[in-house]
Design a protein around this ligand. Structure first.
Ligand code: SF4
Ligand code: SF4
Length: 431
C-alpha cells in the first residue's frame, strides 16, 4: 500500500499538465483506436482521467492503468486536435515510466531494451543467425509484394505478411562511411534506424545514393543501436539510456552539419526525446543532445528545404503515386509538404492525394503485436483509402508504416506497391 501511495504521489506531479484538459472530447473522433473499440478509456481524455484518478486514490488498480496506457499507438492525433494544447504525449510518456516502473517490465522486455537493442554486436549477431533460420518458418505468400507469412508463428505475428529479413543488412553491405562534402558543401550523419539497417536495406541504399548524387558527404558508423523509441514507450528509462549513450558516443566522433534519418519515428525520437533523456547520462551528453536537436532532420525535408532541389514537370504517362502521412512526420515534426514534393521532383510520378492521408495506419511498433486485431482493423481502413485513390504506388516516409501498409495490401491481394519516397526519387535518377 505504501508503494501505491508512492506511485500516486509520482503521478500527482502530472497534475499541472493534466489540469489543462477541459474534457471537450475533441480527441475522441481522431483517435484511431477509439474508432475501432468505441471505448472512452482508449481516448486521451479517458486515459488522462484514469491517471488523475489514480493519483487521487479514487482508483487503486495500477495494472489496469498500465494496460490502458499500453493500448495507445502514441500517434499524437489527439494532441494535434486538442484545442488547449494539452501535452498529451509528454504526459503519457511520463506516466508510462512511473506506472511501468511500479508494475514492472517483463524479463523479455528488459533483455530486449537493455541488452539486445543497446548492444549492436548482440543485435547484429542475433539477426545474422535469425535471417537464414527465419526462412524455415516463413514462406512466400505474395509475389507482387515479395511478402512472406508464417502460420507457425501466428500466436506472435498473427496472419501478417512481411518482407523476409535480408541476409545482408546495411551494416554488412555498406559498412562504415566517412566521405567528404562534395558539390553541395554539406556533410550529414546518416541514421538508418533498425528497420532501415535490417529489413528495408534497399531503402537505406536509396538514401545514400541520393545523398551521393547531390554531392553530400556522409558520416555513418558501421552500426547504431536502436533510437530508443520502443523502450521510451514502454517506460523503460534504463533501457533508453543504455541505447542512447553508445549512439551519442558514435556521433561525437563524427563531424557533420545535419543528422538525417529516413524514418519518421526515429527523427521524432532523436529530436524530441534524446534531449529529454540525455541529461540523465551527464551534463555533457545533455548539452550534446541539445546541440543535435537542431541538426536532426527528416531526409525529405533535407532534400527540399536544405538542398532546395527543384521539381521537374510531370511527364505524360507518369506513374500515379499517392502518399500516406506517418504520424510522427506529420503530427510531431510538421513534415507535410516535403515528402509530397519529393514525389514530384523527377517528373516520373503523378501525385494523387488520397482520402484520410493523415490518419494513422495502426502500426505503432509493438502495439501491432500486442493488439493485433485493433491494429489490423485500423490498417484495413488505410488499405481502403489507398486502393480507392487509384494510385499504382503508395509512398511514405517511415519504414514502420511501410511494414503495416504492405501487410494489409498483401493480405488482400492488392497490386498497389509500397515504397519510401526516397526510393522513388533514387529510381528516377537512373531514368
Ligand atoms: S481534446 Fe484535449 S482538452 Fe479536449 S478532452 Fe481531449 S485532451 Fe482534453
Ligand atoms: S496517441 Fe493516438 S492512439 Fe493514443 S490516445 Fe492519442 S489518438 Fe489515441
Amino acid at each position: 500500500m505504501s508503494d501505491l501511495k508512492e506511485l500516486a504521489k509520482k503521478l500527482e506531479s502530472l497534475d499541472d499538465q493534466i489540469i489543462s484538459c477541459m474534457k471537450c472530447g475533441l480527441c475522441q473522433p481522431v483517435c484511431p483506436i477509439f474508432n475501432s473499440t468505441m471505448q472512452e478509456a482508449d481516448v486521451a481524455r479517458g486515459k488522462l482521467a484514469l491517471i488523475d484518478n489514480l493519483s487521487k486514490h479514487i482508483l487503486t488498480d495500477a495494472d489496469e492503468l498500465a494496460e490502458k496506457l499500453e493500448r495507445c499507438l502514441m500517434c499524437g492525433s489527439c494532441q494535434a486536435a486538442c484545442p488547449p494544447g494539452v501535452e498529451i504525449m509528454d504526459i503519457f510518456m511520463k506516466a508510462r515510466e512511473v506506472v511501468f516502473g511500479y508494475v514492472g517490465l517483463s524479463i523479455i522486455k528488459k533483455f530486449i531494451f537493455r541488452q539486445m537493442l543497446a548492444k549492436t554486436w548482440l543485435f547484429n549477431t542475433a539477426m545474422r543467425i535469425g535471417a537464414p533460420l527465419s526462412r524455415l518458418v516463413f514462406w512466400k505468400t505474395n509475389k507482387d509484394h515479395g511478402t512472406y507469412s508464417a502460420p507457425l508463428l501466428s500466436p506472435i505475428i498473427g496472419k501478417r505478411h512481411v518482407r523476409p529479413l535480408p541476409l545482408t543488412p546495411l551494416h554488412v553491405a555498406v559498412g562504415a562511411m566517412d566521405t567528404k562534402a562534395g558539390s553541395s558543401g554539406i556533410k550529414v550523419a546518416f541514421f538508418s534506424g533498425c528497420v532501415g539497417d535490417k529489413m528495408y536495406v534497399d531503402m537505406s541504399k536509396a538514401c545514400l545514393k541520393v545523398l551521393d548524387h547531390h554531392g553530400v558527404g556522409v558520416y555513418m558508423p558501421k552500426s547504431f543501436p536502436c533510437c530508443g523509441l520502443p523502450a521510451i514507450v514502454s517506460g523503460d528509462a534504463d533501457g533508453v539510456l543504455k541505447q542512447l549513450k553508445p549512439s551519442l558516443d558514435l556521433l561525437m566522433q563524427g563531424e557533420f552539419d545535419y543528422l538525417i534519418t529516413p524514418c519518421g519515428s526515429c527523427t521524432a525520437t532523436l529530436k524530441e526525446f534524446w534531449p529529454k533523456y540525455a541529461p540523465r547520462l551527464s551534463e555533457e551528453y545533455g548539452a550534446y543532445a541539445k546541440e543535435l536537436e537542431h541538426k536532426v532532420m527528416d531526409i525529405n525535408a533535407f532534400l527540399i528545404n536544405v538542398l532546395k532541389i527543384e521539381s521537374k514537370p510531370t511527364k505524360a504517362g507518369a506513374v500515379k503515386v499517392t502518399y500516406h502521412d506517418s504520424c510522427h512526420l506529420r503530427k510531431s515534426l510538421g513534415v507535410i509538404s516535403e515528402p509530397r514534393k519529393v514525389i514530384g521532383l523527377s517528373g516520373e510520378y503523378e501525385f494523387i492525394e488520397m482520402a484520410n492521408a493523415e490518419k494513422c495506419c495502426g502500426s505503432g511498433g509493438s502495439f501491432s503485436l500486442a493488439y493485433h486485431d485493433i491494429s489490423l482493423d485500423i490498417g484495413m481502413r488505410k488499405r481502403q483509402d489507398v486502393t480507392e485513390s487509384g494510385a499504382e504506388i503508395v509512398a511514405m516516409g517511415c519504414p514502420a508504416c511501410m511494414i503495416q501498409i504492405e501487410d494489409v495490401l498483401s493480405q488482400k491481394g492488392d497490386k498497389v506497391r509500397v515504397k519510401h519516397t526516397i526510393e522513388l526519387y533514387a529510381e528516377s535518377l537512373d531514368k
